[in-house]
Design a protein around this ligand. Structure first.
Ligand code: PLP
Length: 402
């Protein structure tokens, strides 16, 4: 069996990686544990690197079509890995998932109309909605016994308002790590169908689930659900190729697909990048063993987080079912959101994403990316454990405690 090395140290600063960029880490942040931006610190799968190298060796980079084998490789992947049978005719290429979400929102709702989100949720959803002049309609998730649930009664009420046209779903959910079950998705989908609310589903994290949890593509629940869905997927997260891949929009409703296709043409976002094509093809056709290995590595990292966090009175781990993002509840420290971030930065050396970036429900929480070397994560956790008992006396302004 092929083995992969997830302990190899790779200098992310050798390229302008966002995760370690001053834009993200701020002034003087070079020594911090960079655990904000949602990518992995690992090299892409060897099969992807080889395919890209071969393409580079070819040396000519004129205009190209989509490789014939790409859509079948994607549909095979979705079928064998997730039990989702997708017709290749239903797939459209997109430059990236956010672009696909933005186009869906702009096409299938109008300015001033409502788009329902379930916060705390990925912050870029808000940017897309604001930049498109859509009303952000919030149906917060409910945190019950350490687990987030959808508020179905709230959804029913909001979906019934004819001004609300779309539900922007995050499946699995960044940042709380829920891998929505078929029952939850079905109930949600029935509410949306009943009130003619289109489900635009961001499923970029779908391949990354932990033992005992299975990703259900919303559109795989059946024709009646697929017909009311636009699904946005990409291999960016699964194979750590965010800066050199593109994405896919899956639309089974023919009329909406034609509308989407026409918009892609109008915006001329239908060009193909040679490296993205070969990287995605290699990943979907031959990247399975690497993904399995990376999932094992992430499970080990998650076990480490559990082990260090469990004894702490000040912090609670919201147990993730998927994604490599971990949602930590620091509300018991009593720190303000700004002080919490300052405390983690100064005392634990952590650069993580502040919870309120995902909506006000995220105040007192932070999102920690665990897709890094095991040893680096362990050192970061040790620094937290050594300092967290002093957290409640910390104030960034008054510097009551340094
Ligand atoms: C839920 C979610 N959607 C989309 C993206 C970004 O996707 P892309 O880079 O393909 O636009 C991210 C990246 O963090 C994400 O977490």
């Amino acid at each position: 069996m092929e083995t992969f090395d997830f302990d190899e140290e790779v200098n992310r600063r050798a390229v302008p990686a966002l995760k370690t960029h001053p834009m993200v880490l701020g002034q003087g942040g070079e020594h911090l544990f960079a655990a904000g931006v949602a990518d992995m610190d690992f090299k892409a799968p060897p099969v992807v690197l080889q395919a890209m190298q071969q393409r580079l060796d070819h040396g000519v980079f004129g205009y190209e079509a989509v490789p014939e084998a790409l859509f079948p490789a994607l549909t095979d992947w979705l079928k064998t890995r997730h039990g989702w049978q997708v017709d290749t005719q239903h797939i459209l290429r997109a430059p990236n998932v956010l672009n696909s979400l933005a186009i869906a929102v702009s096409l299938f709702s109008g300015p001033g109309e409502g788009v329902i989100v379930q916060p705390p949720v990925f912050f870029d959803f808000y940017d897309i909605l604001r930049e498109n002049d859509r009303e952000i309609v919030r149906n917060p998730l409910v945190l019950q016994d350490g687990r987030y649930e959808m508020d179905f009664a709230g959804l029913e009420r909001l979906a019934a308002d004819p001004a609300n046209r779309i539900l922007l779903l995050c499946n699995p959910h960044n940042p709380v790590g829920r891998v929505w079950s078929p029952q939850e998705l079905r109930r949600m989908g029935q509410i949306c169908a009943r009130h003619d609310v289109l489900v635009v589903s961001d499923e970029i994290h779908g391949d990354i689930t932990f033992s005992g949890h299975r990703y259900t593509p919303f559109a795989a629940l059946g024709e009646e659900f697929a017909g009311n869905a636009i699904t946005c997927i990409s291999p960016a997260k699964s194979f750590n190729i965010a800066s050199c891949c593109s994405a896919f929009t899956i639309v089974s409703n023919a009329e909406r697909r034609q509308t989407f296709q026409a918009e892609n043409s109008r915006l001329t976002v239908n060009k193909n990048n040679a490296f993205a094509s070969v990287a995605m093809l290699a990943a979907y056709a031959r990247g399975g063993p690497w993904l399995d290995a990376v999932l094992t590595c992430l499970e080990k990292n998650l076990a480490l987080v559990r082990r260090y966090i469990a004894p702490l009175a000040e912090v609670e781990l919201i147990e993730p079912e998927g994604t490599f993002l971990v949602w930590l509840d620091f509300r018991k420290t009593g720190l303000t959101p700004d002080d919490l971030i300052a405390f983690l930065r100064r005392k634990a050396g952590w650069a993580v994403t502040r919870g309120q970036a995902f909506g006000p429900e995220g105040e007192g929480f932070v999102r920690l990316n665990i897709a890094c070397r095991h040893a680096v994560l362990e050192q970061a956790l040790q620094r937290l454990v050594q300092n967290v008992s002093h957290a409640k006396h910390f104030s960034a302004k008054g510097l009551k405690s340094q």
